[in-house]
Design a protein around this ligand. Structure first.
Ligand code: FES
Ligand code: FES
Length: 175
């Protein structure tokens, strides 16, 4: 058995240490936002943050997460609240700017790729708060083990979503 921290909560895991984190999250811990797309680190649907860096959970053994923070989309709002030192009352009402932007811009279509996209975009914005179109395209195509793929081709909306999220993060949101 190993113990990992998922979205701020300590969770005991019965699966063997070499079980892919994706299967542990979905099948054992009931954390369903990371999706199974290819299972081969080729699509990005399963992406999560491990200590703030994107990894592909379909090829990451669960023991790689021991001693690190696992963050899925479910934990983004709390991550933002902690970074902004929000009060518990304010934190309970907040979304992460990427989540807010995704709603504002109506980014998802079928949704299968979107949780991985949001994880990647969160990682990008934490490193580069004002990315250009070229920076965003680079992050989503070249910076991981493979491009993040969207079979619905929502790429234009994703680009708008990232700019909107950056604006919200910078405090430029007046809505
Ligand atoms: S399911 Fe992990 S990259 Fe496709
Ligand atoms: S929204 Fe359907 S795969 Fe991206």
């Amino acid at each position: 058995m190993v113990t990992i921290v998922v979205n701020g909560e300590r969770r005991d895991v019965q699966s063997s240490a070499d079980t892919p984190l994706l299967y542990v999250l979905r099948n054992e811990l009931n954390v369903m936002t990371p999706k199974f797309g290819c299972g081969l680190a080729q699509c990005g649907a399963c992406s999560i943050l491990l200590d703030g860096e994107e990894v592909r959970a379909c090829i990451t053994p669960v023991d790689m997460a021991v001693g690190k923070e696992v963050t899925t989309v479910d934990g983004l709002a709390a991550r933002w609240a902690k970074q902004r030192k929000l009060t518990p009352e304010a934190a309970a009402k907040t979304l992460h700017p990427v989540q807010e932007a995704w709603v504002d811009e109506q980014v998802p279509q079928c949704g299968i790729c979107q949780f991985g996209m949001m994880i990647k975009v969160t990682e990008l914005l934490e490193h580069n708060p004002r990315p250009s179109d070229a920076d965003i395209k680079e992050a989503l195509t070249n910076s991981g083990p493979s491009p993040h793929l969207c079979r619905c081709a929502s790429y234009a909306a994703i680009l708008e979503g990232v700019h909107r999220a950056a604006q919200i993060m910078a405090g430029g949101d007046v809505g």
